[in-house]
Design a protein around this ligand. Structure first.
Ligand code: DON
Length: 635
């Protein structure tokens, strides 16, 4: 690590690209070596190769930087930058990985805008957080231009290949779950490359070669294996082992030569992905959709028994959509429309809460939690009933967010009793939970110095997607087909139940839970106040809703709002899910007394948010304290 005295009297801590590491305990910190010997903490001392180029990071007061023991500096740096109390006068970014946040910050420092920063972060996340998103995936972005006050929506969601059909995952009439999640048949046509480039060419200011540079560098140099990487690799070990390319890149041989979860601190380098990114920086999306990469992708899928073809890739189009717009307690909200259900769920739940509780209630009051849970139950039932790709099915969107409809949903609300989900929407078969509880997908939130904002959620669906790496390219392909109702009314990977509207058809986009959202300032509705979104499958909208409730109703800062315990209901399975320690025992008892079946789970999801304080104009980062992300900003 290198330090430089700044004119401002502050220290700029220049972090090498690989230098970000975060450890949960001192013993972990001591245990970590750097197997490749070029960077990291070795034998308790910080060591960095001489040739590492410093990346812009965040500024620390000089006294703190000087007194911080060298060995802990990288750890504290990330922690310090992530603190809620640290205001920034310039741009701010929160993402699920410090290297991606640093990439975004470096674009802002070069004079780039929020779009440049978000695209740099997205490409970098494809490298340093390969379990969650990548070139083989897809997603959604809200891009807000502060000058015009316009918010644009980019839909770069994957689509079903032309050879897809309604019952393609049924064998002898029964759903074969592995086919929808592991390997070539699970792969939908990826949209991420088209989406990132469309954002950049329409609204960015920097060249692709500049914006992709941090990702290319990260792919050449590698990133260190963290506890979270280990957890994710372990959860998908069989799937990763089943693809030799994935096993070679993402696993390491154990003493018997069997690919296994790499040791903490192992450097994951991806030279093939670096070359792919270089090709994209030179040639742009045609290389991916009609060129050399398209041919490699189609032949890898064919070889694995899948159906995606070069024609499917050539036909892929991003969609420019209008944001779904609503409000909560006087704050305008722009969020993601279908084919995501996330934005609709968010607006319906906030709408129902506002209708019933015009003044708001304390967060952990059983009656307010009961209303919140009942609103979620009803919103997720609507999702199951109505949601599908809007290019294929008619969705009565205006009706679904109208006060009349929300009042109708609340007609059966009983303040003293939980409504059984089957009374809200009876199902032919009641599903058992199939949810795996990991934190896949990734979200990044950016505000630039002028107040332009980007909320982007991007995914390859399951951890490490389908585990299919396209030989010679480093591209890891998605398993987004699982977001369709592969067998209508049967639960998917997240235990979610969806109906006919979300059944599989060629060229159709599967319904998503992703909810990139911008909540605007009351007095100045062109300026973003909260930019947020989350990972976590079906729990995505609830993570964003809770941030909104904590900041707007309970006056908390954005980092605290993000850290507070999460509470989730998704209609089916009919259970109220709580993060461990989210609520105290008396509150849980009161909810059980109302008839809620309470399920306590390990922390879930990953929300990344930033906020502009309407009173001071200062910006704050709200990275998710459950995970390894970081917020960085400019003075
Ligand atoms: O689009 C969706 O809703 C899912 N593919 C997101 C995947 C996800 O968040 C996985 N997390 N557990």
């Amino acid at each position: 690590m290198q330090t430089k005295r700044q004119k401002s009297g502050k220290m700029l801590i220049g972090l090498p690209l690989q230098g970000f590491r975060r450890f949960n305990t001192r013993s972990q910190l001591k245990k970590v070596g750097s197997p490749d010997g070029d960077v990291g903490i070795i034998g308790g001392k910080a060591a960095v190769a001489e040739d590492e180029r410093p990346m812009a990071a965040c500024r620390l007061p000089r006294r703190l930087a000087c007194t911080t023991p060298t060995v802990l500096a990288p750890v504290l740096l990330v922690g310090f930058c992530a603190l809620a109390a640290r205001p920034f006068r310039g741009g701010v970014i929160a993402s699920a990985h410090p290297i991606a946040s640093a990439a975004a910050l470096s674009m802002l420092e070069r004079g780039g805008n929020a779009v440049d920063a978000s695209v740099a972060a997205a490409f970098t996340l494809a490298v340093v957080d390969p379990a969650h998103s990548g070139l083989g995936g897809g997603g959604f972005a809200l891009l807000h231009d502060v000058r015009s006050g316009q918010t644009r929506v980019l839909d770069f969601r994957e689509t079903a290949p032309s050879g897809a059909s309604r019952d393609m995952y049924l064998r002898s009439g029964k759903l074969e779950p592995k086919l929808v999640t592991d390997g070539a048949l699970a792969v939908a046509v990826p949209g991420a490359v088209a989406g990132y480039f469309a954002a950049l060419s329409s609204f960015g200011t920097l060249k692709p070669s500049v914006v992709l540079a941090p990702a290319i560098l990260a792919a050449w140099r590698g990133f260190p294996v963290t506890p979270m990487y280990q957890r994710l690799a372990k959860a998908r070990l069989d799937c990763l082992r089943s693809n030799p390319g994935a096993a070679r890149i993402f696993l390491r041989p154990d003493s018997d030569g069997v690919p296994d979860v790499p040791a903490l601190g192992t450097t994951i380098r991806q030279p093939e992905l670096a070359r792919t990114l270089e090709l994209l920086a030179r040639e742009g999306p045609p290389a991916f959709y009609t060129g050399k990469l398209a041919r490699s992708i189609a032949s890898a899928v064919k070889e694995g028994g899948g159906i995606l073809t070069t024609d499917d890739l050539a036909r892929f189009r991003i969609v420019h959509r209008e944001p779904l717009v609503g409000s909560y307690r006087g704050h305008r909200i722009a969020t993601m429309p279908p084919p995501s259900a996330g934005g609709l769920t968010l607006l319906q739940v906030l709408g129902m809460i506002e209708l019933k509780e015009p003044a708001g209630l304390p967060y952990d009051e059983p009656n307010s939690l009961h209303l919140y849970a009942e609103a979620l139950r009803r919103a997720f039932a609507d999702r199951a009933k109505y949601l599908g790709d809007p290019d294929f099915v008619e969705i009565p969107l205006r009706t679904l967010v109208s006060a009349a409809h929300l009042n109708e949903l609340l007609r059966t609300f009983d303040p003293s009793r939980a409504t059984p989900s089957n009374d809200v929407l009876p199902l032919p078969v009641l599903p058992a939970s199939a949810e795996r509880g990991e934190k896949h997908t990734t979200h990044l939130s950016v505000l630039d110095r002028s107040g332009n904002a980007v909320a982007m959620t991007t995914t390859i669906n399951d951890g490490f997607g389908s585990c299919l790496v396209v030989p010679g390219t480093g591209i890891l392909l998605n398993d987004e087909m699982d977001d369709f109702a592969a067998s209508p009314w049967q639960p998917n990977l997240y235990g979610l139940v969806m109906g006919e509207a979300n059944s599989i058809a060629p060229g159709k986009r599967p319904v998503s839970s992703m909810a990139p959202t911008i909540i605007f300032q009351k007095e100045n509705p062109q300026r973003a106040m909260i930019v947020a979104g989350a990972a976590g499958g079906s729990t995505i909208p609830t993570s964003v809703i809770q941030i909104a409730l904590h900041v707007i109703d309970h006056g908390t800062d954005v980092a605290f709002a993000n850290g507070r315990g999460r509470v989730h209901h998704q209609f089916q399975p009919d259970e109220l899910r709580l993060e461990r320690y989210a609520l105290d025992p008396a509150t849980i008892k009161a909810l059980e007394a109302k008839g809620h079946r309470v399920e306590v789970r390990n922390p879930w999801g990953d929300a990344e948010a930033v906020l502009e304080d309407p009173r001071t104009g200062l910006r704050y980062g709200g990275p998710d304290p459950r995970n390894e992300g970081a917020a960085l900003g400019q003075d």
